[in-house]
Design a protein around this ligand. Structure first.
Ligand code: ADP
Ligand code: MG
Length: 620
């Protein structure tokens, strides 16, 4: 006889099999993690071989074998920090990269050169997501044991920085689609951290989330009230993080050891510096060994190096308080997030500034993923008793172009989302029946200083005198931070709307083709790659011909010289065409012209090598 478990409705302890499987994913610049809360409290899912942290690094090796994480780090040609490129135009990228970017002609998006063709940052991120999702799936497979029933991952919550704009959020969602994941929602990283610390259970408070990672620093000020989270202001520095701490130690090693560091020793030097840094979070002094040199670095000296960097984070905290018109006394909690907050010096300085103990009991690497897992679990309906509602803010103002190339802001920055706001506009010409709308994002006044998000038209406006028509333009931002805009002429009711497709995201059909083609190269990629290769080859030929002419032009008669020089010019001209066929043709033509020249140079070199030497000598 089976035993019946009797309990109050809604109170019954769920059996594991009943709960849906959801994942929380922290897709970081340096490291990524996956967590789940489907079995009670949230926990990090790690890989048996690898630690919990998955370095956000991808390597495409020649045989189309894609490496992710530690394995990719070992490859010479790995792609790191791809998060910085998400939803960005080629022109936005100002920092140095260890890989080569090619600007996509169709979308203006930067594409990364890899041995298997050009890859978009979105595709690279998708590879990281696939590995994390596979970890999750494997974990749940173990849980259901040998039973045939295989639990699907119901959905995921992926975290993004609070300041991520439309394009960056859309790019993150696109990556998830390519990885075949159902995104329940995107969650801002500081919100996730606050959830992980259970700050939602407190009645009320103003919380600082201090997140110092590998390459970026983010600080957010949130207001929490009865489970409602509101990001009041965000700030930080996208070029400040633990990597900068590493660099100060690298510099110290270089100066102290007087070793001339070659390019191929940089990786070794940087590992050495990072290890020393990690040790200095535990002890007062470390012995640093690099090549055959060794020296001691104590915290006194080390703190001199990093204090100016930490002071920059404090400055950003001050700015965020000012943005939200708050003072230190208004802050109820300070949460530490990101691997670099393990440094006692960072903790000391942040604590001194906020004049209160810090929340740092949770592993600072894991906080964001844990919070995302809790939220994912609620969203798939496992915790039906929870009414946790999360509100974020839009990080940059959204507006519309008006006469004189000016921007009229409709939703100011730091407005809580979801939000919808409208404003009325009118025609400026008699009988005007069409109005074009240009949606922009940014804080500046002039259109050219803001980021263009979308353009669309409202047609069919009844002809009226200028200024008579009333056109209501409404902006709506949903919980994921995605924008839709609608324009409606009030007397006739004609309307037109657009869901803002970010300027540098993938087109819908591109996503589909990426999904379909999965790992096989898209035709477009192949063409671009061929062009690139032909260009490189042409440059090589030009270089070689130039130097041959510089050395041995006297071996040619006037006509031959002229022909080669003309060939050079044609090839140089063809490079401007971006036409792979033409470049190849001109390269071959110049090669053809140079054949006799090359033969003559060879002859003359052999002759000069033989000059004055005995045969045995030459033979050797
Ligand atoms: P991100 O959010 O950018 O992906 P993480 O939060 O994973 O980055 O932080 C990575 C950074 O944390 C690296 O620079 C790493 O060296 C640093 N870090 C990790 N552990 C320690 C430690 N014990 N002491 C100091 N820095 C650390
Ligand atoms: Mg992080």
């Amino acid at each position: 006889m089976a035993l019946l478990n009797i309990s109050e409705p809604g109170q019954s302890p769920r059996r594991k099999q009943d709960s849906k499987h959801a994942l929380g994913i922290d897709l970081g610049t340096t490291n990524s993690l996956v967590a789940s809360a489907s079995e009670g409290g949230p926990f990090i899912i790690s890989d048996s071989k690898e630690s919990a942290l998955l370095p956000s690094v991808v390597a495409y090796s020649n045989d189309e074998n894609i490496l992710v994480g530690q394995a990719a780090l070992k490859s010479n040609e790995h792609i790191s920090s791809v998060k910085r490129l998400m939803g960005r135009g080629a022109g936005d990228i100002k920092h140095e990269l260890s890989y080569t970017l090619v600007e996509s002609e169709s979308s203006g998006m930067p594409l990364i050169e890899t041995p298997v063709g050009l890859k978009s940052p979105v595709e690279v991120s998708a590879e990281i997501l696939k590995v994390l999702a596979a970890r999750g799936a494997k974990h749940f497979e173990k849980e259901v044991g040998n039973e045939e029933e295989q639990k699907e991952i119901e959905g995921v919550v992926i975290t993004v920085p609070a300041y991520f704009d439309e394009a960056q959020r859309q790019a993150t969602k696109d990556a998830a689609r390519i990885a075949d994941l159902n995104v329940l929602r995107l969650l801002s990283e500081p919100t996730a951290a606050a959830v992980a610390y259970g700050l939602d259970k407190k009645l009320e408070g103003n919380v600082i989330i201090f997140d110092l990672g590998g390459g970026t620093f983010d600080v957010s000020l949130m207001h929490l009230e009865k489970g409602v989270f509101e990001v009041l202001a965000t700030g930080g520095d996208t070029a400040l993080g633990g990597d900068d701490f590493d660099r100060t130690i690298m510099q110290w090693i270089k100066t102290e050891s007087k070793i001339e560091i070659k390019q191929n020793h940089l990786a070794e030097l940087s590992t050495c510096a990072r290890n020393a840094k990690h040790d200095l979070s535990e002890t007062d002094a470390v012995e640093v060994n690099f090549a055959d040199w060794s020296g001691e670095l104590d915290i006194g000296k080390y703190y001199q190096f990093i204090d100016p960097l930490i002071d920059r984070t404090i400055k950003a905290c001050r700015r965020v308080l000012r943005d939200a018109s708050m003072s230190i006394e208004d802050i109820t909690d300070v949460v530490m997030v990101g691997g670099s907050t393990r440094s006692p010096r960072v903790q000391e300085k942040v604590q001194d500034f906020f004049k209160q103990p810090l929340l740092n009991e949770l592993d600072p690497d894991q906080v964001v993923a844990l919070g995302a897992a809790i939220q994912a679990d609620i969203l798939v309906g496992n915790k039906y008793d929870s009414d946790l509602l999360l509100l974020d803010v839009n990080p940059l103002s959204l507006g519309i172009e008006t006469m004189g190339s000016l921007v009229e802001k409709i939703i100011p920055r730091n407005t809580t989302i979801p939000v919808s706001r409208a404003q009325e506009f009118t025609t400026f010409k008699d009988g005007q029946t069409v109005m074009s709308l240009h949606v922009l994002q940014g804080e500046r006044e002039l259109v050219e200083d803001c980021r263009s998000l979308a353009k669309f038209e409202l047609r069919g406006i009844p002809p009226m005198v200028a200024g008579a028509a009333v056109i209501r333009v409404s902006f709506q931002v949903d919980a994921d931070g995605l924008l839709s805009v609608e324009a409606e002429e009030q007397s006739s009711g004609v309307k037109s709307s657009i869901v803002v497709k970010p300027s540098f995201g993938l087109e819908e059909k591109e996503i589909e083709s990426v999904i379909r083609a999965s790992h096989s190269e898209a035709e477009h990629d192949r063409d671009l790659r061929r062009l690139k290769e032909n260009e490189v080859e042409a440059l090589r030929i030009i270089e070689a011909t130039d130097s041959a002419l510089a050395q041995d032009a006297e071996l040619l008669d006037a006509d031959e010289l002229k022909a080669i020089q003309e060939g050079l010019i044609s090839l140089q001209e063809s490079l401007k065409s971006a036409d792979a066929d033409l470049i190849q043709q001109q390269s071959e033509a110049l090669n053809e012209l140079s054949v006799t020249f090359a033969a003559r140079r060879m002859d003359s070199q052999i002759k000069s090598a033989f000059k004055g030497k005995k045969l045995e000598e030459v033979d050797r």
